[in-house]
Design a binder for this molecule. Sequence first.
Ligand SMILES: Cc1cc2nc3c(=O)[nH]c(=O)nc-3n(C[C@H](O)[C@H](O)[C@H](O)COP(=O)(O)OP(=O)(O)OC[C@H]3O[C@@H](n4cnc5c(N)ncnc54)[C@H](O)[C@@H]3O)c2cc1C
Length: 402
Amino acid sequence: MRQRIAVVGGGPAGLTFARVLHHHDHPVTVLERDPAPDARPPGGTLDLHEGMGQLALAKAGLLAEFQALSRPEGQAMRILDVDGTVLRDWPARPDDRAHPEIDRGQLRDLLLGPLDVQWGRGVAEVVPGTGDGVLVRFADGREETFDLVVGADGAWSRVRRAVSPATPHYTGITLVETSLDDVDTRHPGLARLVGDGSVAVYGVNRAFVAQRNSGGHVKVYAQFRAPLDWHAGLDWADAEAVRSSLLTLYDGWTAPVLDFLHHGTAFVHRPLYVLPVAHTWAHVPGVTLLGDAAHLMPPLGWARTSRCWEAPNSPRPSPPPPASWTRPSVPSRNACGHGPPGGGRWRRPVWNASSARTLARPSPSSTRFSRPDQQPRPSKTLQRVIGLAYSSVCTMRPFFHA
Ligand SMILES: Cc1cc2nc3c(=O)[nH]c(=O)nc-3n(C[C@H](O)[C@H](O)[C@H](O)COP(=O)(O)OP(=O)(O)OC[C@H]3O[C@@H](n4cnc5c(N)ncnc54)[C@H](O)[C@@H]3O)c2cc1C
């Protein structure tokens, strides 16, 4: 008899897992809370790594289609200091398939394919151990029973409660997302700076990342250490108020960073939460977890190369500033709640017209380190999420062969 399998959540992890099952002739139903695939913006760009996310897609029979859609050139990455100096510049080789980028919307559409997805079916509760299997109770009060329920319902998973008491906690780091459209035509200088991939700027306790998506769209993430209520009194519907608050936070940073914020069209608040790194749970027959529901991590892999998240009580405190450095007129402590004694963070005499010209040049030549192709690459997050989808398939193999 065929097992009744439900995947709760139609994000990248749930859809990938469902496509792997489908590819191996296991019927599966995806239960998704959103009323339709395009009910909300799909988000930015994701990189899928060889041997991880790409392996999962291969197991779903989708690798060739992914390779046709993805952007190897999106692996290019540039890292700047807050004064605009280019610290690292990784160009992307066209034949490099290590971790090409793909728009989330394109990945979702690729994964959806022939899947049986039931839209508008928010799950309220999962009750294992009923005589007939695992009971799924929906937000609208309806109920249905399955043999296996896979919780791929993200950070605030309802399924997780059936197997684990863990809840996400705030990392102390918040992202504010904005975006620019038609960047090559409307903002050619910023387009050149982002190049085909990403540009990241790292300061102390704050950073800034801009990533090219397809179709001339650029997603921008202002990232900073802040208490959860840092935005008290800020009206998120008032884009100009949010913009002004961010411009204050990044006051003194290199001009292109401020330009990205000036031209951003709407702002989305994304405080980052995590589950305990070693989150595990005792086996509960018929229920398991996948993706962020199981292993929620911050999307900050690239920050390991930087000093960005150094806390004021860090065991390795910042060196004292050179005598020529100045204190900023706007102290960062107001926004971030952290900073060197006395208020704002120290900074160099910063941006000037010549550093802006350096940044806007088609190929920056001021890298301070070894040749780009000798430099280590940054790592990112989704490889682990979809890699977990794949490893969960392996873990659950006994279930299907039972
Ligand atoms: C700001 C930000 C930027 C990021 N950038 C990157 C990046 O550049 N690269 C990268 O690799 N990773 C990135 N990540 C991480 C990545 O987005 C997640 O790891 C990934 O989306 C997790 O996929 P998932 O399918 O497990 O969960 P989700 O993507 O959260 O999907 C969960 C799905 O479940 C649905 N759902 C939720 N609750 C219910 C319910 N009760 N019933 C039914 N359905 C439900 C949701 O509607 C959603 O469709 C970023 C994360 C954030 C927050």
